[in-house]
Design a protein around this ligand. Structure first.
Ligand SMILES: Cc1cc2nc3c(=O)[nH]c(=O)nc-3n(C[C@H](O)[C@H](O)[C@H](O)COP(=O)(O)OP(=O)(O)OC[C@H]3O[C@@H](n4cnc5c(N)ncnc54)[C@H](O)[C@@H]3O)c2cc1C
Length: 364
């Protein structure tokens, strides 16, 4: 006999795990994951920062609303952020200040002398920055595990090695089947499939939204000097690199964004070389070794905002996708908002300032 659930969530990355945990006290929830461990894809490959400006002003409310939860549970460690520029970027730095002026985020314009104190060996052409003192490191694995543990304690059934292969309407719900032939029934189907979000929509007969996976690369470098533990998360105001210290090493990304089919993403040599070339133009440090390299897929809807909400044209189909480069730092508020929408619950202190229409699939 098929097991029956109120809600089936497809994908056990940060999106699916956090939403399952939020739904679990109120409903019978099934969490279906294709891989043999949750978090194998994008969630396990992030650069692990919580940066209030990242993703733009319409992402700020989600990031800010998630902050208190992340702080209370010990998932944030102070780091500080710097958006770095050359003389020719002065207008871009000013425009950045203006773009976020109404958001309530604390940001400051810094000159060369202040920036050079924060980044030893900074090359002379880097003359200014916007500093974001609240920017923090985020414990991605800790947060993901906490959501999985909460979900499990509240009775969520986790099906691993279970790639959803069929989803058909049956009565007032869904008949679901995995590639290996497991079958379930559920009232609501939630699409939290990350890079595969459009494929899952197509499988379930919902309209696809043009959610595109983009490859992003990170390298771990051993440098001389080693990065000071106080080094801020440093991002190019032009968006061509970011770096931060991690346990005595440096994590560096060329900020690449290569369109890609959904897959087990692997780093490209060219991106690694570009990252190093760009970094060497920022500081005079010596690179002793490339110790690790990895890549992951950041998925974006056409307007680069996430998609949370029921599909208009497909009954019982809920989007929780397009988490872009901010799906970890926004997870608590995003999951709470989505759970409230699915269950018809009132907003609470975490979500009452969010404008759900910004993220609704109805905008397409
Ligand atoms: C290099 C890099 C750096 C990043 N840095 C940051 C950062 O510093 N801060 C931040 O907030 N965000 C960051 N991000 C973004 C963040 O990692 C993502 O937004 C987030 O992990 C997305 O989570 P997800 O659950 O939507 O996707 P995923 O973690 O990819 O989970 C989707 C899951 O769905 C499963 N799935 C797909 N199809 C099916 C199917 N048919 N049946 C069953 N299961 C299926 C997959 O196996 C996968 O496990 C970064 C991303 C990358 C790549």
């Amino acid at each position: 006999m098929r097991e029956v659930f109120d809600i089936a969530v497809i994908g056990a990355g940060m999106a699916g795990a956090s939403l399952a945990a939020e739904l679990a006290p109120h409903a019978r929830v099934l969490l279906i994951e294709a891989e043999d461990r949750p978090g194998y894809h994008t969630t396990g490959r992030s650069a692990a920062f919580w940066d209030e400006c990242y993703g733009g002003p319409d992402i700020v409310p989600l990031t800010v609303a998630s902050g208190p939860y992340l702080r209370e549970h010990g998932f944030l460690s102070p780091r500080g952020g710097l958006y770095l520029g050359r003389e020719s970027d002065a207008a871009a730095l000013d425009a950045f200040m203006e773009r976020f002026a109404h958001t309530g985020i604390e940001i400051h314009r810094l000159g060369r002398a202040e920036v050079a104190k924060l980044i030893p060996g900074l090359r002379p052409e880097w003359t200014g920055a916007v500093s974001e003192p609240a920017s923090a490191d985020i414990d991605v694995a800790g947060l993901h595990q906490q959501y999985l543990a909460c979900a499990s304690r509240s009775g969520v059934t986790l099906a691993l090695r279970a790639r959803l292969a069929a989803a058909e309407r049956e009565g007032d719900g869904w008949r679901l089947a995995s590639e290996r032939g497991e079958e379930w029934r559920a009232g609501v189907l939630v699409n939290a499939a990350g890079a595969w979000a459009d494929s899952v929509a197509a499988l379930a007969g919902a309209k696809t939204l043009g959610i595109k996976p983009m490859l992003r690369t990170v390298v771990q470098l051993r440098t001389d000097p080693a990065p000071p533990s106080t080094l801020p998360l440093t991002l190019d105001i032009r968006g061509s690199f970011y770096f931060k210290p991690e346990s005595g090493r440096l994590w560096l990304s060329p900020h690449d964004e290569t369109p890609c089919d959904p897959c087990d993403a692997a780093p490209e040599e060219l991106a690694v070389a570009e990252a190093i070339d760009r970094f060497e133009r920022v500081v005079d440090w010596r690179i002793e070794a490339v110790e690790r390299r990895w890549a992951g897929l950041r998925s974006f809807a056409p307007d680069r905002l996430p998609v949370y909400g029921f599909a208009l044209e497909r009954e019982g189909f809920f989007w929780f996708a397009g988490q872009g480069g901010f799906g970890i730092q926004t997870a608590p508020a995003a999951a709470r908002l989505a759970a409230q929408t699915i269950l018809g619950l009132p907003r609470d202190a975490m979500t009452d300032k969010l404008d759900a229409a910004l993220y609704s699939p109805e905008r397409f």
